[in-house]
Design a protein around this ligand. Structure first.
Ligand code: GLC
Ligand code: CA
Length: 535
């Protein structure tokens, strides 16, 4: 049998190591804590885990500020712990993706320290983007960091270096062959330790052009790039076409080289998924051309309103665009950079949307805690750790709410996550949301996820494309219903605040809301819920 590669229609569980499970009581999750709970992950029914960075890092940006990409930060353990984690995952039949961060290093990386101790024009500085100040002493151009504030920081001798993110995250210069060689070494290092692939951070950002040119509206551009800043869609889209530092053609050369490295491990099926926020959306497909990467994130569902026409457009477009390069889409409702889906659209809606998305072709990403229906944690400003919060002087609260540690068991916070004080507080209100509480409740979000993922594997994986059911997305009558069939399964989403009757034959396999009733031969789909039927 010619079986599809493992990642084609995988469910991939994203673990933010600092927030998963703390094995040594210091209040921060760690690799040993993950290893100890891989049975839980396996039982969910996922195929792989993606680990957000656990490399040596001063942790100014949650580890996306890497000081040594080929070692483990002591807060998370050591390389032997990483190896144990990978081996245990493999024993359980789970693949492991590492997160590679090629746009920038931490300012604590030895290369950057060497650059600081070397003169302008030196080899050491050529690994980053160092430039002289303009004659009036101001930065080389007017770009604004994605975390707020200028994207240039001045060093003692007057030169400036570029950082699209925090000042502690100097951008690497991908015109320098040493940078290429170092990342190729890092890829091989982790593949040889056992990882099955990579999530590529800021995959669209590596190559810069015209680094000295000003942008006509840097503040507008910076707002357009922020999902948490509201803006007229046309205005946003127009600005997004003008980003000078993203999605340059040169990035594709890099991924062609990387693909050759992945494929050189012939018996391994190494895969990579790009974090590429690009515009227009068709550009994302370039990252998954046959000789480049395997998947590219589709972030549209992280912001899409819970409305039939919006969801229809997002899903239809993603499937169609990917098809042009013979790739399958990816789906994500939450990640460590965006508000949790249960907070953003409501918990019933979040369950419904998960079910709707799990039946689609392609890979699905689940952010740890999403299966528990966790909302964003409510935090005091004094708890916050996200550099966005600091660089915007608190104007933008940042992403910590989605990063609150997982509640595991017991009656009081921190619910088994740690025996110490968790690095972000876990609300006492989360008691009904612990793994332990949800295990006991067959209607819980946890059971819904487990059941859905099992049924997905049984009835849907490998079953080809979807057919939208005409009646469900056209005409006034059905503006609150969205429905498609795939293989032998029919999926119906009722977005309305009241139950809806549908003519569907067959039996209900699973429903995100309360039990399905039949009425005059019609099925009654509860408000704000999704159901799968099988013929
Ligand atoms: C990516 C990561 C995000 C990080 C940024 C800079 O977008 O997902 O968490 O802050 O890159 O590395
Ligand atoms: Ca710990």
């Amino acid at each position: 049998m010619n079986s599809a590669p493992w990642w084609k229609e995988a469910t991939i569980y994203q673990i933010y190591p600092r927030s998963f499970f703390d094995s040594n009581g210091d209040g921060e999750g760690d690799l040993t804590g993950i290893t100890a709970n891989l049975d839980y992950v396996k039982k969910l029914g996922v195929d792989a885990i993606w680990l957000s960075p656990f490399y040596t890092s001063p942790n100014k940006d949650g580890g996306y500020d890497v000081a040594n990409p080929r070692d483990v930060d002591p807060r998370f353990g050591n390389l032997a712990d990483a190896k144990k984690l990978i081996d245990r995952a493999h024993e359980l039949g789970l693949r492991v993706l590492a997160d590679i961060v090629p746009n920038h290093f931490s300012d604590q990386h030895e290369w950057f320290q060497a650059a600081l101790n070397s003169p302008a024009g030196s080899i050491e500085r050529s690994r980053f983007h160092f430039y002289d100040a303009r004659p009036d002493g101001t930065p080389p151009n007017n770009w604004i960091s994605l975390f707020g504030g200028p994207s240039w920081t001045q060093v003692d001798d007057g030169q400036y270096y570029l950082h699209l993110f925090d000042s502690s995250q100097p951008d690497l210069n991908w015109d320098n062959p040493e940078v290429h060689a170092d990342f190729e070494k890092t890829l091989r290092f982790w593949i040889e330790l056992g990882v099955d692939g990579f999530r590529i951070d800021v995959a669209h950002g590596l190559v810069k052009e015209d680094v000295l040119a000003n942008h006509p509206d840097p503040q507008g551009l910076s707002n357009a790039l922020r999902l948490d800043v509201a803006m007229d869609t046309e205005k946003r889209n127009a600005l997004l076409l003008t980003v000078p530092y993203f999605d340059r053609q040169g990035v594709h050369e890099i991924y062609r080289k990387w693909r050759k490295i992945f494929d050189s491990y012939e018996d391994r099926e190494i895969m990579a998924v790009a974090e590429a926020w690009v515009h227009p959306p068709v550009n994302a497909t370039r990252y998954v051309r046959a000789d480049e990467l395997h998947q590219v994130f589709n972030f549209d569902l992280l912001t899409a309103e819970f409305k039939a026409d919006v969801l229809f457009d997002v899903i239809e477009r993603s499937i169609a665009l990917n098809a042009t390069v013979n790739a399958l889409p990816t789906w994500a409702l939450s990640n460590h950079d965006s508000p949790r889906v249960a907070s953003r659209i409501g918990s019933e809606q979040a369950r419904a949307l998960a079910l709707f998305v799990f039946a689609l072709p392609g890979s699905t990403y689940v952010f740890a805690g999403q299966e528990l229906g966790l909302p964003d944690g409510e935090l005091e400003d004094s708890d916050r750790a996200d550099p966005t919060f600091f660089r915007t002087n608190g104007e933008i609260k940042g992403r910590d709410g989605a990063r609150v540690p997982l509640p595991w068991k017991g009656d009081s916070t921190p619910f088994g996550f740690s025996t110490g004080k968790p690095w972000l507080p876990i609300s006492q209100d989360w008691k009904p949301l612990t793994v332990e509480s949800q295990e006991l409740d067959p209607k819980s979000s946890l059971h819904l996820y487990r059941n859905a993922l099992e049924l997905r594997t049984k009835h849907l994986t490998g079953k080809g494309g979807i057919t939208w059911l005409e009646s469900a997305h056209h005409g006034e009558k059905s503006e609150n219903l969205l429905s498609y069939s795939r293989g032998e399964v029919t999926v119906v989403l009722n977005l309305a605040d009241s139950a809806a009757e549908c003519e569907i034959s067959g039996r209900a396999l699973i429903v995100s809301g309360c039990v399905i009733d039949s009425h005059d031969g019609k099925k009654v789909i509860p408000a704000r819920s999704c159901a799968w039927f099988v013929a």
